[in-house]
Design a protein around this ligand. Structure first.
Ligand code: ATP
Length: 414
């Protein structure tokens, strides 16, 4: 059997751990294999992040042995019979017991049973992810033609029910298409469309849709993924929402280019620009952040000033942005359409945040203002003017506070 030469691309220190895993497996009478994405990526010669090892044997028992002998620290997930080892080498190793999966109903999580390697490969999403490398001798095991599909750039399901059992696979398929420049073969695409038409993706829980979308936004070209989702009808099927408006795509393009890998910002852009359907329900974990963005937008509107088209003075910037979280400011910066607005945000961050105020409520008492709801307003006005004038000393700031109080009293007709 031909040796799997791509193993040489694995960092030496990781290979040592894999070697030890195999040694213990031989001792325990188990067989171990590298499976899934790691095999795919080694064959493609792209960077390797995580390694999945499947053992025909008990993964939890194996992990116990490895901990005992080599002091590794595994995190166990007993219900799935899997363990995770953080190698500290920018590479995680997951070890799982080989298993067969049975789907009790469409789009539900499967029931799993310990099994052999063939079943473990057959339960996978696509042929390119259904290859294994035996740790004894490093031979490639490819029962479903995954290597050929990898060479021709084809995304092919393992069987006709694949997208009924688990419609998240459609989205996974689109991710691999976009990431590697591959294409679904005709039958796989037909099956994806049929699953969409029959409404299976809509049966997925909001939590699972959110988790898959987070994976989407970790990809470098997620706008292409969203367009393909729309083309296949998957966007509508998952979110029950209309088309993603061009203005949202424009924002997404900016975020994709300006801060790749940031998952929160594209989700904020969708929450901001796509209304109706299940968008809010799916991204419920981002509700607090979205609320902060809405609060800012309301403040901007209330200001009745063209903050997006005009350079602003420091005092106005203070009024607009004071208290707005850094993350929201960054989002506004990356999605801004005008250079003026971008500059306003930079100016605020450079010249206004971190400004030291030496006045407070106590000073208002000493100036004889009766405690009450006016306090906040007076302090706010004073602070705006202090920032405007760049008054850094306490005495200058007190003078400003006094004049604000006097003016406030005149306004009240006192
Ligand atoms: P990525 O590079 O995005 O991490 P991956 O293929 O390594 O891709 P994982 O989510 O880590 O993705 O999954 C590891 C392996 O588990 C996959 O290669 C595939 O064989 C299998 N797998 C993952 N999700 C599914 C699924 N929904 N259905 C079937 N098999 C899956």
């Amino acid at each position: 059997m031909e040796q799997f030469k791509a193993m040489n691309s694995m960092p030496g220190a990781v290979r040592d751990i894999v070697y030890r895993i195999n040694e213990r497996c031989i001792n325990l009478g188990y067989k171990a294999y590298i499976v899934g994405g790691a095999v795919r990526d080694m064959l493609l010669g792209v960077g390797l992040l995580d390694i999945d090892v499947t053992v025909v044997g008990d993964a939890l028992r194996l992990a116990d042995d490895l901990e005992h002998l080599f002091g590794y620290r595994f995190i166990a997930h007993p219900s799935f019979k899997t363990v995770t080892l953080n190698t500290g080498l920018n590479c995680r190793i997951d070890i799982a017991t080989a298993r067969r999966e049975v789907y009790p109903k469409p789009a539900a999580l499967p029931e799993v049973f310990p099994s052999g390697l063939y079943d473990d490969l057959f339960r996978r999403d696509f042929t390119i992810n259904a290859m294994a490398v035996s740790l004894e001798g490093y031979h490639l095991i490819d029962p479903f033609g995954g290597k050929n599909d990898l060479q021709s750039g084809t995304i092919r399901v393992m069987h006709n029910k694949s997208f009924v059992d688990d419609p998240t696979r459609i989205l996974r398929g689109i991710r691999f298409e976009t990431r590697y420049g591959f294409e679904m073969d005709n039958k796989t695409e037909e099956l994806a469309k049929a699953s969409v038409e029959l409404g299976y993706p809509g049966m997925l829980s909001a939590e699972r849709i959110c988790a898959e979308m987070e994976h989407v936004f970790r990809e470098p070209r997620y706008t292409a993924i969203l367009r393909r989702m729309e083309g296949l009808g998957l966007w509508k099927a998952l979110f029950g929402a209309g088309k993603i408006p061009p203005s949202v795509y424009r924002k997404l393009q900016k975020i994709q280019k300006g801060c790749p890998g940031n998952v929160k910002f594209p989700i904020l852009a969708l929450l901001e620009g796509v209304h109706g359907g299940k968008v809010v329900e799916v991204f419920i974990a981002y509700k607090t952040l979205y609320r902060k963005l809405c609060e800012y937008s309301a403040r901007e509107k209330a200001l009745r000033f063209p903050v997006r088209d005009k350079m602003m003075e420091r005092g106005m910037l203070y009024r607009l942005f004071n208290g707005v979280e850094k993350e929201i400011l960054e989002y506004l910066y990356w999605t801004a359409y005008t250079w003026q607005y971008k500059n306003n945000i930079i100016k605020y961050m450079q010249e206004v945040t971190g400004f030291n105020f030496h006045i407070g409520g106590g000073d208002l008492i000493s100036l004889g203002v009766k405690p009450g709801p006016r306090y906040n307003d007076l302090l706010q006005r004073a602070r705006q003017e202090i920032v405007e004038r760049g008054a850094t000393d306490r005495s200058e700031q007190m003078d400003i506070l006094k004049s604000v109080v006097t003016k406030g009293e005149e306004d009240l007709g006192n």
